[in-house]
Design a protein. Structure first.
Length: 211
């Protein structure tokens, strides 16, 4: 039986689209049963509907400052849809211990940096400012501490001289789209500790400088 996955988004939803595309393969061990957004105008909702996936919007603005009530509404939709695994994919709301606790061990997130470097926002600008030569993305389990849960998989890219934030974002996004489906499949397949080692390597590795 395929695991029933919900993808939570806030915007464009390109990682969601990569998960939907991967799950279209009959051999993929999970189905995307629901796409849920905290923003009714998220572009990804239309993309999901076009792919024939059920969508829900639970607008956080309707709940004012009551994060707990917003998360309770999300949780009840997830449970009513018999969801088994939640994938955060560009879901830009901090979660409270309630939702994290309810889905602990069954909630994945993709983050645009090689954690534990650069948790939080503006990862590409911070990577450029720090002068790192390697940057990338991480799929990890969600725990109460933001961007700090056990790492399931990473993909790295070189940072090239003259790179802008946009260059880095694009280079890394391509890796995100490969990494997330692979990490989800490995996780669902019971191979929870790692994605194939081939994904934990440099994309387009540069020769090491000598001397
Ligand atoms: C992705 O780059 C994802 O890693 C990042 O937002 C983007 C969403 O793009 N997530 C975070 O920054 C989470 N803190 P998408 O909507 O096209 O998938």
């Amino acid at each position: 039986m395929k695991r029933r996955v919900a993808v939570l988004i806030s915007g464009r939803g390109s990682n969601m689209e990569a998960l939907i595309a991967a799950a279209a393969d009959p051999a993929f061990p999970a189905e995307i049963a629901l796409v849920l957004s905290n923003r009714p105008d998220a572009a990804g909702l239309a993309t999901a509907r076009k792919a024939g996936i059920r969508t829900e919007a639970i607008d956080h603005r309707m709940f004012g400052r009551d994060r707990a009530a917003h998360e309770a509404a999300i949780d009840s939709v997830l449970r009513a849809a018999d969801i088994q695994i939640v994938c955060l994919a560009g879901y830009m709301r901090l979660l409270t211990p309630f939702l994290v606790g309810a889905w602990q061990g069954r909630m994945l997130n993709i983050h645009p940096s090689l954690l534990p470097s650069f948790p939080g926002l503006d990862t590409h600008a911070r990577a450029l400012a720090a002068g790192v030569k390697v940057h990338g993305c991480t799929v990890h389990l969600v725990t109460e501490e933001m961007d700090a849960g056990p790492i399931l998989g990473q993909a790295a890219v070189p940072v090239l001289s003259g790179d802008t934030e946009d260059d880095l974002a694009k280079r890394i996004l391509r890796q995100e789209h490969a990494l997330y489906p692979a990490a989800l499949a490995a996780f669902v397949g019971g191979n929870a500790t790692s994605v194939p080692d081939s994904l934990a390597c440099l994309a387009n590795p540069l020769p090491l400088a000598s001397g």
